[in-house]
Design a protein. Sequence first.
Length: 117
Amino acid sequence: QVQLVESGGGLVQAGGSLRLSCAASGLTFSIYKMGWYRQAPGKEREFAASITWSGGNTYYADSVKGRFTISRDNAKNTVFLQMNSLKPEDTAIYYCRAFRDALRYYWGPGTQVTVSS
């Protein structure tokens, strides 16, 4: 059974930093593209960042580019999202996703990030 578990969320002041982690189990982690998505209150879930299976390529939404960094440790089946210079508009539930193809993708339950002004 595939399981993704996010951690590291919390309450932080604007300008602060948080590091999210997503631990995966039940899948061959190293062949999955991993991503972070977020959903703010009253808004649809949106893409934040992704990383290829090898870690060789990363992609970011314009809204987080230059502030967030995605990375992965295939030996530990974990993907990270380092978030710096946080803004109140970064407040959202952050979800981890593992993607292989249209039939093999999985979501974690999410972790709350709240940035106070």
